[in-house]
Design a binder for this molecule. Structure first.
Ligand SMILES: [Zn+2]
Length: 245
Protein backbone atom coordinates (compact mmCIF):
# COMPACT_ATOMS: atom_id res chain seq x y z
CA UNK A 1 0.00 0.00 0.00
CA UNK A 2 1.45 3.34 -1.02
CA UNK A 3 0.53 6.68 0.49
CA UNK A 4 -1.73 9.19 -1.16
CA UNK A 5 -0.75 9.77 -4.78
CA UNK A 6 -0.30 13.18 -6.38
CA UNK A 7 -0.95 13.80 -10.06
CA UNK A 8 0.59 16.82 -11.73
CA UNK A 9 -0.88 18.51 -14.74
CA UNK A 10 0.73 21.41 -16.51
CA UNK A 11 -1.44 23.63 -18.64
CA UNK A 12 -0.50 26.21 -21.18
CA UNK A 13 -2.98 29.05 -20.96
CA UNK A 14 -3.87 30.17 -24.47
CA UNK A 15 -6.52 32.72 -23.56
CA UNK A 16 -7.20 33.48 -19.88
CA UNK A 17 -8.51 31.61 -16.89
CA UNK A 18 -11.09 33.64 -15.00
CA UNK A 19 -9.90 34.86 -11.61
CA UNK A 20 -12.21 37.75 -10.78
CA UNK A 21 -9.36 40.19 -10.27
CA UNK A 22 -5.73 40.71 -9.36
CA UNK A 23 -6.15 40.30 -5.58
CA UNK A 24 -4.97 37.39 -3.50
CA UNK A 25 -8.46 35.98 -3.16
CA UNK A 26 -8.53 35.63 -6.92
CA UNK A 27 -6.63 32.36 -6.52
CA UNK A 28 -9.54 30.96 -4.56
CA UNK A 29 -11.95 32.21 -7.21
CA UNK A 30 -9.77 30.66 -9.91
CA UNK A 31 -9.62 27.26 -8.18
CA UNK A 32 -13.35 27.28 -7.47
CA UNK A 33 -13.96 28.02 -11.15
CA UNK A 34 -11.52 25.33 -12.27
CA UNK A 35 -13.09 22.64 -10.11
CA UNK A 36 -16.58 23.80 -11.04
CA UNK A 37 -15.94 23.61 -14.76
CA UNK A 38 -14.03 20.35 -14.45
CA UNK A 39 -17.04 18.91 -12.66
CA UNK A 40 -19.45 20.35 -15.26
CA UNK A 41 -17.65 18.52 -18.08
CA UNK A 42 -17.21 15.40 -15.95
CA UNK A 43 -20.96 15.31 -15.34
CA UNK A 44 -21.67 15.71 -19.05
CA UNK A 45 -19.30 12.81 -19.77
CA UNK A 46 -20.81 10.60 -17.06
CA UNK A 47 -24.33 11.20 -18.39
CA UNK A 48 -23.25 10.34 -21.92
CA UNK A 49 -21.72 7.11 -20.68
CA UNK A 50 -24.97 6.08 -19.02
CA UNK A 51 -24.05 7.01 -15.46
CA UNK A 52 -25.80 9.28 -13.00
CA UNK A 53 -24.88 12.91 -12.34
CA UNK A 54 -26.91 15.38 -10.33
CA UNK A 55 -27.18 19.10 -10.87
CA UNK A 56 -25.08 20.34 -7.91
CA UNK A 57 -27.26 23.46 -7.55
CA UNK A 58 -30.32 21.35 -6.78
CA UNK A 59 -28.82 18.05 -5.76
CA UNK A 60 -30.43 15.62 -3.37
CA UNK A 61 -27.28 13.54 -3.17
CA UNK A 62 -26.24 13.03 0.43
CA UNK A 63 -23.89 10.72 2.26
CA UNK A 64 -23.59 7.32 0.63
CA UNK A 65 -26.69 7.99 -1.48
CA UNK A 66 -25.06 9.93 -4.26
CA UNK A 67 -24.56 9.97 -8.02
CA UNK A 68 -21.49 8.96 -10.04
CA UNK A 69 -20.24 12.55 -10.22
CA UNK A 70 -20.56 13.10 -6.46
CA UNK A 71 -18.67 9.83 -5.92
CA UNK A 72 -15.49 11.64 -7.01
CA UNK A 73 -16.36 15.31 -6.48
CA UNK A 74 -18.27 14.96 -3.25
CA UNK A 75 -21.57 16.23 -1.86
CA UNK A 76 -23.10 16.85 1.55
CA UNK A 77 -21.88 14.10 3.85
CA UNK A 78 -19.47 12.66 1.29
CA UNK A 79 -16.21 14.51 0.81
CA UNK A 80 -14.34 15.00 -2.44
CA UNK A 81 -11.74 12.28 -2.94
CA UNK A 82 -8.93 14.67 -3.77
CA UNK A 83 -7.34 17.99 -2.92
CA UNK A 84 -7.10 20.35 -5.86
CA UNK A 85 -4.39 22.97 -6.02
CA UNK A 86 -3.34 25.23 -8.83
CA UNK A 87 -0.38 27.49 -9.11
CA UNK A 88 0.35 30.06 -11.76
CA UNK A 89 3.95 29.68 -12.89
CA UNK A 90 3.64 32.52 -15.36
CA UNK A 91 0.95 34.22 -17.43
CA UNK A 92 1.07 31.24 -19.71
CA UNK A 93 1.57 28.29 -17.42
CA UNK A 94 -0.76 26.91 -14.79
CA UNK A 95 0.23 23.91 -12.72
CA UNK A 96 -2.46 21.74 -11.23
CA UNK A 97 -1.94 19.22 -8.47
CA UNK A 98 -4.49 16.58 -7.67
CA UNK A 99 -3.70 14.77 -4.43
CA UNK A 100 -5.68 11.85 -3.10
CA UNK A 101 -7.58 12.29 0.14
CA UNK A 102 -9.03 8.85 -0.29
CA UNK A 103 -8.15 6.20 -2.82
CA UNK A 104 -9.22 7.34 -6.29
CA UNK A 105 -10.06 4.43 -8.55
CA UNK A 106 -8.30 3.96 -11.88
CA UNK A 107 -11.60 4.39 -13.70
CA UNK A 108 -12.08 7.78 -12.00
CA UNK A 109 -8.61 8.90 -13.03
CA UNK A 110 -9.34 7.75 -16.57
CA UNK A 111 -12.62 9.66 -16.56
CA UNK A 112 -10.83 12.76 -15.28
CA UNK A 113 -8.14 12.38 -17.92
CA UNK A 114 -10.73 12.05 -20.67
CA UNK A 115 -12.56 15.11 -19.29
CA UNK A 116 -9.36 17.18 -19.51
CA UNK A 117 -8.73 16.03 -23.07
CA UNK A 118 -12.24 17.01 -24.13
CA UNK A 119 -11.76 20.43 -22.52
CA UNK A 120 -8.43 20.88 -24.30
CA UNK A 121 -9.59 19.82 -27.74
CA UNK A 122 -13.19 20.99 -27.84
CA UNK A 123 -14.17 22.92 -24.72
CA UNK A 124 -12.90 25.45 -22.20
CA UNK A 125 -11.87 25.55 -18.55
CA UNK A 126 -12.63 27.76 -15.56
CA UNK A 127 -15.44 30.10 -14.60
CA UNK A 128 -17.18 32.29 -17.23
CA UNK A 129 -17.42 29.35 -19.57
CA UNK A 130 -19.74 31.31 -21.84
CA UNK A 131 -17.40 34.29 -22.10
CA UNK A 132 -15.59 34.36 -25.41
CA UNK A 133 -12.24 35.42 -23.94
CA UNK A 134 -11.77 32.74 -21.33
CA UNK A 135 -10.66 29.19 -20.76
CA UNK A 136 -8.68 27.91 -23.74
CA UNK A 137 -5.86 25.60 -22.65
CA UNK A 138 -3.26 23.21 -23.96
CA UNK A 139 -2.14 20.29 -21.83
CA UNK A 140 1.65 20.21 -21.71
CA UNK A 141 2.16 17.53 -19.12
CA UNK A 142 -0.35 15.18 -17.63
CA UNK A 143 0.27 12.42 -15.09
CA UNK A 144 -3.27 11.18 -15.69
CA UNK A 145 -2.32 10.11 -19.18
CA UNK A 146 -1.42 6.67 -17.83
CA UNK A 147 -5.12 6.12 -17.22
CA UNK A 148 -7.05 5.41 -20.38
CA UNK A 149 -10.80 5.08 -20.41
CA UNK A 150 -12.19 1.82 -21.71
CA UNK A 151 -15.74 0.70 -22.00
CA UNK A 152 -15.14 -2.43 -19.97
CA UNK A 153 -14.17 -0.35 -16.91
CA UNK A 154 -17.45 1.48 -16.78
CA UNK A 155 -20.09 -1.15 -16.35
CA UNK A 156 -19.31 -2.13 -12.80
CA UNK A 157 -18.46 1.43 -11.82
CA UNK A 158 -21.32 3.59 -13.07
CA UNK A 159 -24.96 4.00 -12.04
CA UNK A 160 -24.85 4.90 -8.43
CA UNK A 161 -28.00 6.12 -6.73
CA UNK A 162 -28.88 9.64 -5.71
CA UNK A 163 -30.41 12.38 -7.77
CA UNK A 164 -29.53 12.82 -11.39
CA UNK A 165 -30.40 15.13 -14.26
CA UNK A 166 -30.03 14.59 -17.97
CA UNK A 167 -28.38 17.83 -19.14
CA UNK A 168 -25.81 18.80 -20.20
CA UNK A 169 -25.04 15.45 -21.78
CA UNK A 170 -21.98 15.04 -24.04
CA UNK A 171 -24.08 12.84 -26.30
CA UNK A 172 -26.04 15.92 -27.27
CA UNK A 173 -23.22 18.37 -27.91
CA UNK A 174 -21.90 19.76 -31.13
CA UNK A 175 -18.36 21.09 -31.54
CA UNK A 176 -17.11 23.34 -34.31
CA UNK A 177 -13.55 24.54 -34.85
CA UNK A 178 -13.03 28.03 -36.27
CA UNK A 179 -16.68 28.79 -36.97
CA UNK A 180 -17.59 31.64 -39.26
CA UNK A 181 -19.01 34.51 -37.12
CA UNK A 182 -22.01 34.76 -39.45
CA UNK A 183 -22.65 31.07 -38.91
CA UNK A 184 -22.56 31.57 -35.12
CA UNK A 185 -25.12 34.36 -35.39
CA UNK A 186 -27.33 32.25 -37.62
CA UNK A 187 -27.14 29.29 -35.25
CA UNK A 188 -28.26 31.42 -32.30
CA UNK A 189 -31.25 32.65 -34.29
CA UNK A 190 -32.26 29.30 -35.75
CA UNK A 191 -31.83 27.42 -32.48
CA UNK A 192 -33.19 29.98 -30.03
CA UNK A 193 -33.27 27.34 -27.27
CA UNK A 194 -29.50 27.71 -27.08
CA UNK A 195 -29.89 31.11 -25.46
CA UNK A 196 -31.21 29.53 -22.30
CA UNK A 197 -33.79 30.90 -19.92
CA UNK A 198 -33.81 32.89 -16.72
CA UNK A 199 -32.77 29.98 -14.56
CA UNK A 200 -30.55 28.19 -16.98
CA UNK A 201 -27.56 29.75 -18.67
CA UNK A 202 -26.54 29.77 -22.28
CA UNK A 203 -26.22 26.49 -24.09
CA UNK A 204 -23.82 27.78 -26.69
CA UNK A 205 -20.25 28.81 -26.04
CA UNK A 206 -18.25 30.73 -28.55
CA UNK A 207 -14.52 31.35 -28.11
CA UNK A 208 -12.44 33.90 -29.98
CA UNK A 209 -8.96 33.03 -31.27
CA UNK A 210 -6.73 31.59 -29.99
CA UNK A 211 -8.58 28.33 -29.73
CA UNK A 212 -11.40 29.74 -31.81
CA UNK A 213 -14.26 27.30 -31.36
CA UNK A 214 -17.90 26.83 -30.63
CA UNK A 215 -19.61 24.24 -28.54
CA UNK A 216 -23.29 23.90 -27.77
CA UNK A 217 -25.69 21.38 -26.32
CA UNK A 218 -29.39 20.70 -26.41
CA UNK A 219 -32.02 18.75 -24.53
CA UNK A 220 -33.11 15.47 -26.07
CA UNK A 221 -36.09 16.85 -28.02
CA UNK A 222 -34.09 19.80 -29.38
CA UNK A 223 -30.95 17.96 -30.41
CA UNK A 224 -32.09 16.91 -33.91
CA UNK A 225 -32.75 20.59 -34.66
CA UNK A 226 -29.32 21.55 -33.34
CA UNK A 227 -27.67 18.90 -35.51
CA UNK A 228 -29.57 20.16 -38.54
CA UNK A 229 -28.52 23.78 -37.92
CA UNK A 230 -24.92 22.87 -37.10
CA UNK A 231 -24.38 21.20 -40.45
CA UNK A 232 -21.59 18.95 -41.60
CA UNK A 233 -18.74 20.97 -40.10
CA UNK A 234 -19.85 20.02 -36.64
CA UNK A 235 -18.47 17.14 -34.70
CA UNK A 236 -21.01 15.39 -32.50
CA UNK A 237 -20.54 14.30 -28.92
CA UNK A 238 -20.80 10.71 -30.04
CA UNK A 239 -17.90 11.20 -32.46
CA UNK A 240 -15.82 12.85 -29.77
CA UNK A 241 -16.40 9.92 -27.44
CA UNK A 242 -15.34 7.40 -30.04
CA UNK A 243 -16.39 3.87 -29.23
CA UNK A 244 -17.28 4.62 -25.62
CA UNK A 245 -21.04 4.99 -26.13
ZN1 LIG B 1 -24.70 13.95 -7.05
Amino acid sequence: MGGPRTFNIELQILSKIFTGGPERESEVIRDTGLIGSLRWWYEALIRALGGTACDPSESECEGIRHCDACELFGCRGWSRKFIFRSCEESDETLKIQITELRRVEDVELALLNRTLRIIENYGALGAKLAHRDYGIINIKENDLDDFRLEKSMLQSYLKKQGSHTDNPNLKRFIFIKKPDPRFVKGLKNDCSFLKGSKNKGNRYFYKKPPGNRLFAYAAEDEYPKLLECAGEKAKTGEEVLGGLI
